[in-house]
Ligand binder design. Structure first.
Ligand code: PLP
Length: 387
């Protein structure tokens, strides 16, 4: 827990003073250490410092760069307008809080990210959950929601993720939007992992499915593909304008500092003009996922770069495997066990990036194959290891 990764952000970093192969950073496009990005960040920090502009956007924290970034984001993902958020997590909480009142009903996927759950905690009205990606059940919840809103005069907001960050499977956006006409709802998609990685131009999971027009509100963060901090919400102009005047996380908080905004503009430029980063990402993703599957490892239903490897075992074995991977194979990845996943499941999560190499992939597949064999041969003790 709380491991310290040191050195330049990349495929190899130092952990406990030793070089390890890192598969746990959402630096999908490898922009964290791109020379143009580092230069833009440093120059903006030197020119403006971290304070400018002071105050909330509405009061004294506005700048041409903030507006330019919003225009570029909206154009990139094919929306009328976008508005910046200081953090993805807080932004999502605030978007949900602003969009609904007690007459409205929220319908959401059971595997929704914590920021969606916490946004809903502020909602005074009803909320109905459907089991992860279960469209039949979603329809049952929508029927309940419609009955309720017909009485209250409210609306229905459906919330899903584009890419689910643990399992890598996609929200079934096509199936969800197909229900819009019948149940008359608005759709909010958290595409934290899809922005920059999914779709023909990297515009996201809704581009991948060809449903950009049907997704009413698109949420993205700068913390992953953009290798920065902050986020944005995008949609129809009138809705974004409403959010600008009602979203408490932006009205009652200081605006994003200039280096973050100018740095994000540079990242946007690279997203648009250097598709080779996304192409390289997918070369690594495809090689890793194909290789793991061919080696007999279970990677679930991922259709995105997020690559889970599912093994069977208890919490003790999970810690032993983590220790073995980190200390003996020099592989660093995230590991999840009960109670985050069902009892008896160990989920190792690999995040491929554009700065990994095919040698990294081959080495990792071989290591994982060995780990699985050791697990099957009961070579890992069930005692907790210190990791
Ligand atoms: C699905 C999802 N939504 C929102 C967030 C929050 O984004 P941020 O790190 O920018 O606060 C994350 C990041 O972990 C995420 O995975």
């Amino acid at each position: 827990m709380f491991p310290k990764l040191e050195g330049e952000i990349g495929n190899k970093m130092l952990f406990r003073g030793k070089e390890r192969l890192i598969w746990s950073l959402n630096n999908y496009l490898g922009l964290a250490n791109h020379p143009e990005v580092r230069k833009a960040d440093a120059e903006a920090a030197a020119k403006y410092g971290m304070a400018y502009p002071m105050g909330a956007r509405m009061m004294s924290g506005q700048s041409d760069y903030h507006e330019q970034l919003e225009r570029e984001l909206a154009a990139f993902i094919g929306r009328e307008s976008a508005y910046l958020l200081n953090y993805g997590y807080q932004g999502m909480v605030s978007v949900i809080n602003s969009m609904v009142d007690r007459k409205d009903v929220i319908v959401y996927d059971s595997e929704a990210h914590a920021c969606i759950i916490d946004g809903m905690r502020l909602h005074f009205g009803k909320r109905f959950v459907y089991p992860h990606n279960n469209i039949e059940n979603l329809e049952i919840q929508l029927r309940r929601a419609k009955k309720m809103t017909e009485q209250t005069g409210g609306g229905i907001l459906v919330i899903t993720e584009g890419v689910y960050g643990m399992s890598g499977d996609l929200g079934k956006l096509k199936d969800i939007v197909a229900l819009k006409e019948k149940y008359d709802f608005r759709l909010l998609v958290d595409d934290a992992h899809g922005f920059g990685t999914m779709g023909a131009t990297g515009a996201g999971t809704d581009e991948h499915f060809g449903v950009q027009k049907e997704v009413d509100l698109y949420f993205g963060t700068f913390a992953k593909s953009m290798a920065g901090i902050g986020g944005f919400i995008a949609g129809e102009k009138k809705v974004i304008k409403y959010l600008m005047y009602n979203m408490r996380s932006q009205i009652f908080a200081k605006s994003l500092p200039m280096p973050m905004v100018i740095g994000a503009l540079k990242r946007m430029e690279l997203l648009r003009t250097q598709p080779e980063h996304r192409e390289k990402l997918w070369t690594i993703v495809n090689a890793l996922q194909k290789g793991l599957t061919e080696a007999g490892l279970d990677i679930g239903n991922t259709e995105s770069p997020v690559t889970p490897v599912m093994l069977s075992g208890g919490v003790g074995e999970a810690t032993q495997i983590t220790f073995d991977l980190r200390e003996n194979y020099n592989i660093f990845c995230s590991i999840v066990s009960y109670p985050v996943v069902p009892k008896g499941v160990i989920l190792l999560r690999l995040i491929p990036t554009a700065v990994h190499t095919l040698e990294d992939v081959a080495y990792t597949i071989k290591a994982f194959k060995e780990v699985k064999e050791k697990l099957l041969n009961k070579e890992y003790s069930t005692e907790m290891a210190e990791v």
